[in-house]
Write a protein that binds this ligand. Structure first.
Ligand code: NIG
Ligand code: FE
Length: 415
C-alpha cells in the first residue's frame, strides 16, 4: 500500500484523453469511469480508475468522498481580458438600440473607455478587481486562465500591465498574453501604423514576461499588414501567437494565423472556408467565444460544427472583458451546446484539454490523467451532461487545485 496525500472518490469520472489537441471524433472520445477513484500525491495525479480495482493500493492522508457526484478536469479558460477596472454595463442598452460594437469603440467608448479607466487606476485597484474576478472564476471551476493586457495602449503602460499580471497571487494559474495591439489609442487616432511602430520596440521586453502575443485583426482596429508586423516581431523573440481573427469582417486573420503558425485564432465568425482549412492543416486552435456572440445580440455564432468537420482543434473560452462579463466556463459550455450545437462531450473537451492546448498547458493540465497536475472539479450532478443543461447556475461544489481543496461550496456556498 502506498501513502498518498489525497484520495478522491466519486460516482463518475469524466475526462478527455490526451494527447492534445483533440480533433474530429476524438473530441467525443471521453473516458468515463463509474465509481471512480483518483489518487493524488505532491499535487499530481498518480492514479485514476475504478475504485474497486485500485482502492487497496492507496492509504491516504486526506479523503474526499463524493457519492452521487461526478468529477471532471478543472476548466481552462484560454482567452480572457480579465485585467481591467470598472464596468461598461450601460453599453448593453446602446447595443439594444442597434449601435454596433465597432461604432461604440470608434466613438471613444468600448475598449477606449476601459483604457481611460485603467490608465487612471492604481496597480492596487487593478489587482484587487482582477483578484475578485479570479475568485469567482475559481468558484465556477476555472483552474487555469489566460489573461491579456490591452487596456493601456502605450508601450510602457502595456509592459506595466504584464508586470501586474505577473504579480497576481491567486490559486488560478495564469498564462500572460501581451496584447498591446488591442485597439488604436487616442494618441495615434488615424495612425495605426505609427502605434504599431511604437509597440515593436517593447516586444523583446514583453517576451520576457508573456507567453503569447495577440492582435485584434479587424476593420477599425488593425489590418492584416499591421497585425503581421506585430506577430512576426513577437515570433522572432519566441512568443507564441494568437489572433483575434475574422470576428466581424472577413479580413483574413484566420489565414494569417495559419500562415504564421499561430497557436490559436479566436472568434472566427466570418472566417472563410479556405482559411479554416489552412488552420486545420497547421493545427491552429479555433478558440470559440460564444458568450461574446450572445452579448453582441446579432444572433451570429461561429460555425463550430463545420470547424469540427474540417478537423480543427476547437477550444472554448469566456473572453471575459467589460463588454462580455462572463466568468463561468459552465455558461460558455451551455452556449456552445445550445447555440453552436456542440455535443456536451465535445464542449467538455473543448473547455478542458483543447483549451489547455490553446495556451500550451496541455502537458500539465486539462485532463484527469496520471502525471497531470491534480486540477479537478466536482459537480453537484451525476454526469457532465448537467453542465450545459443546468443553464446559468453554478453546479461546481468542489475545486481541487494542485491537490489542494481550494473551494468547498457545500460548507460555505458563496456565489
Ligand atoms: O475579444 N475584440 C476585442 N477584444 C475583446 C473585447 C474587449 C472589450 O470590448 O473591452 C473581444 O471581444
Ligand atoms: Fe478577446
Amino acid at each position: 500500500m502506498t501513502d498518498v496525500d489525497l484520495v478522491i472518490t466519486a460516482s463518475r469520472l469524466v475526462t478527455p484523453k490526451g494527447p492534445a489537441p483533440l480533433t474530429g471524433d476524438r473530441l467525443r472520445d471521453l473516458r468515463v469511469v463509474g465509481d471512480a477513484l483518483v489518487a493524488v500525491d505532491d499535487g499530481v495525479i498518480v492514479d485514476a480508475g475504478e475504485r474497486d480495482a485500485i482502492e487497496r493500493r492507496y492509504g491516504a492522508l486526506a479523503r474526499l468522498d463524493l457519492p452521487g457526484q461526478a468529477i471532471v478536469p478543472g476548466f481552462v479558460d484560454p482567452h480572457t481580458h480579465a485585467l481591467f477596472v470598472g464596468s461598461r454595463a450601460d453599453e448593453v442598452v446602446l447595443r439594444q438600440e442597434g449601435r454596433s460594437y465597432m461604432e461604440v469603440l470608434t466613438a471613444g467608448g468600448g475598449i477606449l473607455r476601459t483604457v481611460r479607466a485603467v490608465r487612471a487606476a492604481s496597480d492596487g485597484e487593478l489587482i484587487m478587481e482582477t483578484l475578485e474576478r479570479l475568485d469567482r472564476m475559481l468558484a465556477h471551476g476555472t483552474t487555469t486562465a489566460e489573461v491579456k493586457t490591452g487596456y493601456y495602449l502605450q508601450p510602457e503602460g502595456e509592459l506595466r500591465l504584464l508586470e501586474v499580471i505577473g504579480s497576481l497571487d491567486h490559486p488560478v494559474d495564469i498564462v500572460p498574453t501581451f496584447m498591446g495591439a488591442h485597439a488604436v489609442p487616442p494618441e495615434f487616432e488615424g495612425n495605426a501604423p505609427g502605434y504599431i511602430d511604437s509597440l515593436l520596440g517593447v516586444i523583446p521586453r514583453a517576451a520576457a514576461m508573456a507567453s503569447f502575443c495577440d492582435v485584434f485583426c479587424e476593420a477599425g482596429a488593425f489590418d492584416l499588414e499591421q497585425s503581421r508586423r506585430v506577430l512576426e516581431a513577437a515570433r522572432s523573440v519566441g512568443m507564441g501567437l494568437k489572433v483575434h481573427a475574422d470576428e466581424i469582417e472577413p479580413l483574413g486573420g484566420a489565414g494569417l494565423a495559419a500562415e504564421l503558425r499561430a497557436r490559436s485564432a479566436e472568434h472566427l465568425l466570418a472566417a472563410s472556408e479556405e482559411d479554416l482549412k489552412a488552420m486545420a492543416r497547421e493545427g491552429v486552435v479555433a478558440v470559440l467565444l460564444p458568450a461574446t456572440s450572445y452579448v453582441l445580440m446579432k444572433g451570429r455564432y461561429a460555425d463550430a460544427r463545420r470547424m469540427i468537420e474540417l478537423g480543427l482543434p476547437v477550444a472554448l473560452a469566456t473572453d471575459l472583458n467589460p463588454n462580455c462579463w462572463c466568468e463561468s466556463m459552465q455558461t460558455v459550455i451551455s452556449l456552445a451546446v445550445y447555440k453552436m450545437r456542440m455535443h456536451p462531450d465535445e464542449a467538455l473537451a473543448a473547455a478542458t484539454l483543447n483549451a489547455a492546448h490553446a495556451i500550451d498547458m496541455a502537458d500539465d493540465v486539462g485532463s484527469i490523467e496520471v502525471g497531470k497536475r491534480a486540477d479537478i472539479v466536482a459537480i453537484d450532478a451525476p454526469d457532465h451532461f448537467h453542465i450545459p443543461y443546468r443553464l446559468g447556475g453554478n453546479i461546481v461544489t468542489h475545486v481541487i487545485k494542485g491537490g489542494d481543496i481550494v473551494v468547498d461550496r457545500r460548507m460555505a456556498p458563496c456565489f
